[in-house]
Design a protein around this ligand. Structure first.
Ligand SMILES: [Zn+2]
Length: 127
């Protein structure tokens, strides 16, 4: 069977919008981090995706680099008390992690799709 043609969507756009990496219109998530069973527009199966700990690892590395660097610079140049560090960096770490996890997970799923790691559609197997 010839796969229907869809206009390509960039990985970054798919990650930021949470849209299907194949058609760019269907919702990738049914909850905040719960991946839908399949795309409601083109039918791409999302159940076979397994981003695993990939998004969390990227977020730990990127956010850790930024926050630890900012905290170190703040300590060197301002020398604030410890409670101010806790007041600043704890919400920044937690909030940044929560905000970044969804787009990174969508980005990883789009990467899986681009490199053929998502299982082909059941409809493609039958036809
Ligand atoms: Zn789709």
């Amino acid at each position: 069977m010839v796969e229907p043609r869809y206009s390509s969507i960039s990985l970054v756009r798919s990650g930021l919008s949470g849209k299907c990496p194949r058609c760019g219109h269907g919702q990738l998530f049914s909850g905040y981090l719960t991946v839908s069973e399949r795309c409601d527009v083109c039918g791409l199966d999302f159940q076979s995706q397994d981003a695993g700990d990939g998004p969390a690892v990227f977020i730990i590395l990127i956010l850790g680099f930024i926050i630890v660097g900012a905290a170190a610079l703040f300590e060197i140049f301002a020398g604030p008390p410890l409670w101010l560090h806790l007041l600043l960096w704890t919400p920044a770490t937690l909030g940044g992690s929560v905000l970044l996890l969804r787009p990174f997970k969508a980005f990883m799923i789009a990467l899986h799709y681009k490199h053929g790691l998502l299982a082909p559609d059941q409809n493609d197997k039958i036809l």
